[in-house]
Ligand binder design. Sequence first.
Ligand code: HEC
Length: 140
Amino acid sequence: MKRTAILILFLISMSFFSFDQSYDLKASMERGKSIYEAQCMSCHMAEGEGLPGVFPPVANSDYLTDKNRLVKVVLKGVRGEMKVNGTDYNGEMTGFQLSDQETADVLNYIGNTWGNKAEAIKPADIQSALKATTKDYQPY
Ligand code: HEC
């Protein structure tokens, strides 16, 4: 009886150690989809296509490759001239109040939907991205 209890304890502790720690991109994108629909879709549109000359697209957009810039754009906003996929924009977007997790989630959704394919962003990446210097970036 005692031996069985020890065996069970051993198996339980093993299951903690073998827990898969790899980042679950799919789950992050699922959460990000709701954030996108609630907070971004009104301007960047259902398919991320934006509105040419007014709201830049987030589908197949040039900026999607720069992780540090993306984090700043979402949390601190952005203003001033930018050229996205050859079209000029000169508007402004306020920053959003999102947790590190939510920021990673919404960027993972944008980065991997509508044919986009970006590296996964983790909550632990957000604060360092905010501190990094980004050329030609103007916060709101
Ligand atoms: C009220 C409209 C509006 C909302 C809502 C909005 N944006 Fe924007 N967004 C803009 C505008 C306008 C720009 C371009 C600013 C400029 O010209 O400097 C922009 C630029 C961007 C850019 C940089 C350009 C690009 O295509 O990569 C990203 C990324 C972005 N927004 C993501 C988001 C995300 C994520 C959300 C939701 C959390 C969001 N936006 C919500 C209006 C909006």
